[in-house]
Ligand binder design. Structure first.
Ligand code: AVJ
Ligand code: FE
Length: 434
């Protein structure tokens, strides 16, 4: 049963759902109907698919599973089942149009708010602590990040704006810190809205290791490029070498060179690549190659979480690098408040006790690890969230990007993707053995 007061939980759930819908509206009202139904990249769905899928998942879990209602529109359910149709094929489906999709999602939401007022937030694993509502708010925010990626891939005039990061900037004095060896608690059994793959809490041991105090910057990555990093097979895992040769890749996605200067396209604006910012839009293979060139390696997922959560003073694992308090704008660059990462070394208030900066927010960080279940894992509430993706083909990313909402980001949160992917808001930091 719930640990928080019931009314507090209801308010949290309602606020999380509303915040997600405000963001969804911002991402979908910014473009024309033609833009909403177009496919901007074969890697992505049309935005109008994400919009109706958000409503359909909400109907499935909250109205059908939790409340036991009949399907509102049974004929559309297969269209919005992510496993029935690959992204590239979705534009050809008889999808709801923009107005219909908005109306459907709003109708579901109205019924969900009704339900949230009446239903007890205890008595089943789906309802305890308002989990199903929190899960659906996270799901919508995850698709909001997906839609932001679609915006980044979209050609044409810019439609999104946000203030520049104004983060406190206090460059770490040391480039790396030593994390002591020994046991720590990984994963969680306590975080009420944590998803199945973050559970359960369990003890892991690590050797001592060094880890970068900040994500790898564009300046550092440019040195790799300038040193011929993309032309030297020594640095590359074989499939990564194949990928960069097959597609003539010689820099992060969205970069190009003009008159000897590196430029990038960011949400429709072309600008010089800023030296001090964490590198963004690199594949796992690019991150791995850079690390090898630098005489280092990617951290394992376990090392990453230890750097982010282990407090050497108390021996306890905290929810975030800075402690147990929920993130504020002083801690981390989250929630699409800005449309870019903040400079490496920003957010001293968000640093870990050992002085590791920006583990949360700014850029998703590739780890060396395959996406695997923790000991004692149980698929919940559906095996298509995590379980079907476990295995060596997906690599784990940690920490969240500027595009991740706090509701879907914490020290235990796990993301994953194919190692070739680079349209996501991905960067990395490096580590080394002692
Ligand atoms: C956790 C980001 C890999 O977008 O594929 C959304 C999240 N799962 N709908 C994804 C998700 C189902 C998932 N990632
Ligand atoms: Fe989804």
């Amino acid at each position: 049963t719930g640990t928080r007061a019931d009314s507090d939980l209801r308010e949290r759930a309602a606020a999380a759902l509303t915040a997600a819908r405000v963001r969804t509206a911002g991402l979908t009202d910014a473009v024309t109907d033609e833009d909403l139904t177009a496919q901007h990249s074969p890697l992505m769905s049309p935005l109008v698919w994400d919009l109706a899928h958000i409503g359909n998942q909400e109907e499935l879990w909250l109205l059908r599973r939790v409340a036991g209602r009949e399907s509102m529109r049974p004929e559309i359910n297969p269209l919005y089942d992510a496993f029935e149709h690959p992204r590239a094929e979705r534009p050809k489906l008889p999808l709801l149009g923009p107005a219909e999709a908005r109306r459907y999602a709003a109708e579901v939401r109205g019924r969900v708010f009704d339900l949230l007022e009446k239903t007890p937030l205890e008595g089943s694993t789906l309802l305890d602590d308002g989990f199903a509502f929190g899960m659906i708010a996270q799901h919508e925010q995850q698709h909001d990040e997906t839609m932001l990626i679609t915006h980044q891939l979209r050609a044409g005039t810019p439609v999104l704006t946000a203030p520049e990061p104004d983060a406190p900037f206090d460059p770490p004095v040391a480039a790396e810190v030593l994390v002591p060896g020994g046991p720590f608690t990984m994963g969680t059994s306590a975080e009420p809205w944590s998803l199945d793959n973050e559970r359960p809490a369990h003890v892991r041991d690590t050797a001592p290791f060094w880890i970068d105090t900040a994500p790898v910057t564009n300046a550092a990555y440019l040195a790799f490029i300038a040193d011929g990093g993309y032309r030297d097979p020594r640095w590359w895992a074989a499939p990564g070498w194949e990928q960069i040769r097959a597609h003539s890749i010689e820099a992060p996605l969205f970069w190009h060179q003009e008159a000897g200067q590196w430029l990038r396209r960011r949400f429709g604006v072309v600008e010089p690549v800023p030296d001090e910012e964490p590198v963004l839009h690199v594949s796992w293979y690019e991150a791995d190659a850079y690390a090898r060139w630098a005489g280092r390696r990617l951290p394992t997922e376990t090392e990453w979480e230890k750097a982010a959560r282990h407090d050497p003073g108390t021996g306890r694992s905290t929810r975030y690098p800075w402690g147990d308090a929920d993130p504020t704008p002083a801690h981390a660059n989250l929630g699409q408040r800005h449309l870019r990462p903040a400079r490496a070394g920003s957010y001293p208030a968000g640093a870990s006790p050992l002085g590791v900066h920006q583990l949360i927010g700014d850029v998703w960080e590739w780890t060396s690890s395959d996406f695997l279940p923790y000991p004692g894992f149980r698929a919940f509430p559906y095996k298509e969230y995590s379980q079907v993706f476990f295995g060596p083909e997906h690599k784990v990313l940690r920490g969240g990007s500027f595009a991740v909402d706090p509701v879907a980001c914490r020290g235990t949160f796990r993301n994953w993707d194919l190692p070739v992917r680079r349209q996501i808001f991905s960067g990395f930091r490096t580590a080394r053995d002692v």
